[in-house]
Design a protein around this ligand. Structure first.
Ligand code: ZN
Length: 282
């Protein structure tokens, strides 16, 4: 089954991939449980289906859950396929589809409904066209999916690259923006920064050459040379690939010099992973 690391490349493929609510649900289940079902309460791995809408009951503790629990799809009366198509239109359109466009394209009978969906999705998907980050922002990129133990580097082949911008605040981290990018080239990274960060803000990155142009395009650029092993390098959200980070995955240098990114590594939740996985390629 197709899961979190695969995305349709265009609308035709999208229609092929998701012909029914069932295929959408299977996709969400593969994203949520890439290694098979895990009970969120007791970590049991066996379940039986309760209904045909994806509700499952843990054999061990009888807790009931579904791949859509806790997501924007939870408890929806609309079909999952309609949600998926809406997501596709919202993210694939370069300048974003309007509520009126959505109402027209998907045949919503009420404008209000289209508007509500649009805004719910935009919130859930951390749209880059929202308000710009400002102040001090840490930017880094991470790899999602592929073989966790494969070769690292900025041109990782099978992995998807996600670039992240985190606002640093005195009491922790502020707003976060994420984007799936084609590669870690200067073009991809700087375009992302320009889209999500206010001009004149201070951007802190590591010494990767992809960030070298930031100064030229109107940002204060702080380069932090962080000593970290190759194994650690750019694994921003290590639990995306399985386990939650453990303390010894961080070195002191990293935490002290890049506090916002480090705390993001600690705190980013499953829902952020899933958001990342549902982002289309830019
Ligand atoms: Zn259980």
């Amino acid at each position: 089954m197709r899961g979190g690391d695969e995305y349709p490349a265009n609308l035709v493929e999208f229609i092929d991939w998701f012909p029914s609510d069932e295929t959408c649900l299977q996709y969400l289940e593969a994203v949520r449980w890439p290694e098979g079902f895990v009970c969120p309460r007791c970590e049991g791995e066996q379940c039986w289906p309760v209904n045909d809408r994806g509700l499952k009951e843990c054999v061990a503790c009888h807790h009931q859950t579904s791949a859509t629990a806790g997501t924007i799809f939870a408890g929806t009366r609309k079909s999952l396929r309609l949600w998926f198509l809406t997501m596709w239109l919202v993210t694939a359109e370069k300048n974003g589809i309007s509520a009126m466009g959505l109402q027209r394209e998907l045949g919503f009978s009420r404008y209000d409904t289209a508007w509500t969906w649009l805004h719910k999705l935009r919130r859930a998907m951390v749209r880059p066209d929202r308000d710009h980050l400002s102040g001090l922002i840490e930017v880094d990129e991470t790899y999602v999916g592929g073989d966790a133990h494969g070769p690292r580097g900025r041109g990782a082949e099978k992995k998807s690259i996600v670039v992240i911008a985190v606002e640093e605040q005195p009491d922790g981290i502020g707003r976060i923006r994420l984007r799936r990018v084609r590669d870690a080239s200067g073009k991809s990274l700087v375009t992302f920064v320009k889209d999500v960060v206010e001009e004149g803000a201070t951007i802190r990155t590591d010494g990767w050459k992809g960030y070298a142009r930031l100064q030229k395009v109107g940002y204060e650029h702080q380069v932090v040379n962080v000593s970290r092993s190759d194994e650690l390098a750019h694994e921003l959200l290590p639990h995306v690939q399985g386990d939650r980070p453990t303390q010894n995955q961080f070195n002191f240098d990293y935490v002290t010099k890049r506090p916002a990114i480090a705390s993001c590594r600690w705190n980013c939740s499953q829902s952020v992973d899933n958001t990342v996985r549902l982002l289309p390629k830019s």
